[in-house]
Design a protein around this ligand. Structure first.
Ligand SMILES: O=C(O)CCC(=O)C(=O)O
Length: 320
């Protein structure tokens, strides 16, 4: 979640007219960016890098492949059961999907007053949204906070990361004539450059259902990194035409895939999705970011509801 306004701009906004708001906002943005850089280079991330280096996790072949593909191209995909062999966890996640979809469709049929949506992104109904408690009784949380996934995230960002956001989304189909808004448009996430997201498709996703789309090589360090390059708090939403002026349309990768496909991705690179014009797209998502992001740019969407004592050190770190 985006950090709320700091006291500074609130104070300035009370005193000055709207003409001064731009100045206050610009100063505030500069301050937040400087804080991020400081936490990245010197404060939070340095310690987190040392912790990772003192005890790097041992990855198996599947995990290693994912990390090296995300490093090279910004994304990697894997069938859920390659990372989590056995049926049990997947079946629990499917049961979670069924009850969420059932409740969402009942609410939508009754007018949609009860569904959890966020302003400006009303096309996504969320299982949790923000300010909730989540714990081990949630099967997607168990997967996302497991060492199977956390070790991938930590190895990719080369530090102990923070599990910052977790949810299940139901993307409501739109009229084909609707304009793309928010994350349906090409953008880089403002959260962090040391970022790993995972999307787990909970239904088969075809071309008409707003598949996740990504530009391989647009992640920091990649060949398209300089096109509207990532900045803390950056607002990079070029139009499709602007994007195509710098990156050929043939570079775009659309993730049409069967359910139980897990997509790992550094979304500091260009991506978009969720513009379904037929059936609802249902997926589970998680974001791992660096401590610098939580210290300056973002807030965790949930509080951990379980017992911290039972967790190993990297997992405890990820959840605090
Ligand atoms: O819904 C999608 O496929 C895109 C999501 C997105 O932009 C994000 O999670 O940052």
């Amino acid at each position: 979640m985006h950090r709320q306004k700091t006291k500074f701009s609130r104070r300035v906004n009370r005193v000055f007219t709207h003409r001064a708001n731009g100045v206050a906002k610009a100063l505030e943005t500069r301050g937040i960016r400087a804080t991020y850089e400081l936490h990245d280079r010197v404060l939070s991330n340095r310690k987190s890098r040392s912790r990772f280096e003192a005890e790097p996790p041992e990855l198996d072949d599947v995990q290693r492949r994912i990390v090296s593909e995300v490093e090279a191209e910004g994304f990697s995909t894997v069938p859920f059961d390659e990372l989590f062999p056995g049926e049990e966890l997947w079946q629990e996640i499917e049961a979670q999907r069924n009850s969420f979809v059932g409740a969402t469709e009942t609410d939508l049929a009754a007018g949609g007053d009860q569904v959890r949506v966020r302003e400006g992104k009303e096309f996504v109904v969320r299982l949790h949204s923000y300010g909730v408690e989540i714990g081990p009784d949630d099967p997607w949380f168990r997967a996302a906070s497991s060492r199977r996934m956390l070790d991938i995230a930590n190895t990719y960002v080369r530090m102990w990361s923070k599990l910052e956001y977790l949810d299940v989304w139901y993307s409501v189909p739109q009229p084909a004539s609707a304009e793309r808004v928010s994350s349906q448009r090409w953008h880089r996430d403002y959260n962090d450059k040391h970022l790993l997201k995972a999307f787990l498709y909970l239904v088969d996703v075809d071309d008409s259902m707003g598949p996740f789309q990504y530009i391989p090589g647009s992640q920091p360090g990649g060949r398209y990194a300089d096109a509207w390059g990532w900045k803390p708090l950056g607002q990079n939403y070029p139009t499709e035409e602007e994007l195509e002026s710098r990156i050929p349309a043939s570079a775009v990768r659309a993730f049409t895939a069967p359910k139980a496909t897990l997509i790992f991705c550094n979304t500091a690179g260009f991506h978009r999705g969720g513009f379904s014009t037929t059936s609802p797209r249902v997926l589970a998502t998680v974001t791992y970011s660096s401590p610098a992001s939580l210290a300056s740019l973002t807030e965790r969407s949930f509080d951990y509801a379980g017992s911290f004592e039972e967790l190993d050190a990297p997992t405890r770190f990820a959840l605090t």
